[in-house]
Design a protein. Structure first.
Length: 407
């Protein structure tokens, strides 16, 4: 973007170890940063990352927005168009809000998701996923959410789960209320400066988040609530107001799309593909992807107990393989496949992998999964333990299929 003539700035959550040196200006949090009284790394006379400033008596969402507004008002070179990456820390758990939101929703009962309590009698998922992760209900809280929130430990489910959910959701909603209000500050500035209709605003996140669905919290899983991302674009010259689009995109496409809007060709090393034509409402190309790949490799990290897995999502189906180990070995969890029909089961409550009616679907999706992994150089040939689990499981499936045919 800088080479294309844009004045560039990176402000807020950076979460990378290297200096964001390609930007004309940066002011970034170290790591996740703090919710209150945040410190920022900035350019200066000393080597990265030793030049810092602190914002005292402020919530990070307010401080980050103050810094972005100061740059837009005083730092932006008006002779050039600007490219600003404005990244909030919020809402990273445990959610913390600015004090002015402490009473927000105080007298409101937040509706609970249907599948917080009501799981099918035979359970959801598979032996590889059932009972793992961290949730809200008592007995499913390896992260000890209820204890952290100060819930009476003598209560039993569902009486225990209700106050956990209400406190957790209100903390989250108070935290993102600060995000909403600070986004409005940026939009108001652009409107007052006469630049709103001349500015593309992209509002997104790095993943979705579980807020009690499947009795889960946090992210990491391939299930819809975590895999799907918010993605909203204000682009008066290219997007019809109120329009929506259902192309299958992923976050590797964001950078090529931004470059395309700026009239810049994406470099060959970029993995994704621009979907700027989708924003303009054009017809989807016949060679557009039919599946998107996902992988969670950290395996049981951060006391959240999410098993390692990978899979693909098409417009209708999702196929997942839980291989359940770290790349170099260590603790293992059960391996299993899961298949969900998102058309008939959007909440992903019924694993259809062993349903014979879906046998052809499974076979086709597996071929697509292996092909996608190979195209992305995402095979596990360098990790013998993982590859052995994949091979053993595939042999067992083939043997089972052969036994069924013989019978």
């Amino acid at each position: 973007m800088g080479k294309a003539g844009y004045h560039t700035a990176m402000i807020g959550k950076w979460h990378l170890k290297q200096q964001p040196a390609s930007f004309d200006y940066y002011c970034v949090l170290p790591g996740q940063g703090k919710y209150f009284n945040p410190t920022f790394r900035v350019q200066g006379d000393r080597p990265w990352p030793r030049n810092t400033i602190s914002k005292t008596d402020q919530h990070s969402s307010d401080a980050i927005t103050d810094i972005s507004l100061a740059w837009l008002k005083q730092g932006w070179d008006r002779e050039r168009p600007f490219f600003l990456m404005h990244h909030f820390k919020a809402p990273h758990d445990m959610f913390q809000n600015a004090r002015r939101y402490d009473s927000y929703l105080e007298d409101v009962t937040v509706p609970e998701p249907a599948n917080l309590h009501n799981q099918p009698a035979d359970g959801t998922g598979s032996i590889a996923s059932r009972g793992f992760g961290s949730g809200l209900a008592k007995g499913h809280e390896s992260w000890q959410l209820g204890r952290r929130l100060g819930i009476d430990q003598s209560l039993k489910n569902p009486e225990y789960t209700h106050p956990v959910y209400q406190q957790y959701l209100k903390r989250y909603l108070r935290c993102v209320k600060g995000v909403d209000d600070n986004v409005k500050r940026l939009v108001d500035f652009l409107r007052d400066a006469g630049e709103l209709d001349n500015t593309v605003i992209i509002y997104t996140g790095d993943q979705g988040f579980f807020l009690g669905e499947h009795d889960l919290m946090d992210k990491r899983w391939i299930y819809e609530e975590a895999m799907r991302m918010p993605f909203i674009v204000h682009y008066p010259q290219g997007v019809k107001a109120g329009s929506t689009n259902d192309w299958l995109i992923n976050n590797t496409d964001f950078a090529p799309m931004i470059l395309a809007i700026a009239g810049v060709d994406a470099p060959d090393q970029m993995q994704g593909r621009s979907f700027a034509s989708a924003l303009r409402g054009e017809k989807r190309p016949t060679d557009w992807r039919t599946a998107t790949y996902y992988r969670y490799w950290m395996h049981m990290a951060h006391n959240l107990r999410v098993p390692a897995h990978f899979g693909i999502r098409t417009e209708r189906y999702k196929l997942i393989f839980f291989y359940g180990c770290k790349p170099m070995g260590g603790e293992k969890t059960p391996a299993a496949w899961e298949l969900y029909d998102l058309q008939t089961d959007p909440a992903e409550m019924q694993n259809q992998y062993v349903n014979p009616e879906y046998a052809k679907v499974v076979a086709g999706l597996k071929q697509q999964l292996w092909k996608t992994r190979a195209a992305l150089n995402e095979t596990d040939h360098n990790y013998p333990q993982i590859q052995a689990i994949i091979d053993d499981h595939e042999r067992a499936v083939r043997q089972s299929d052969q036994d069924v045919r013989q019978k």
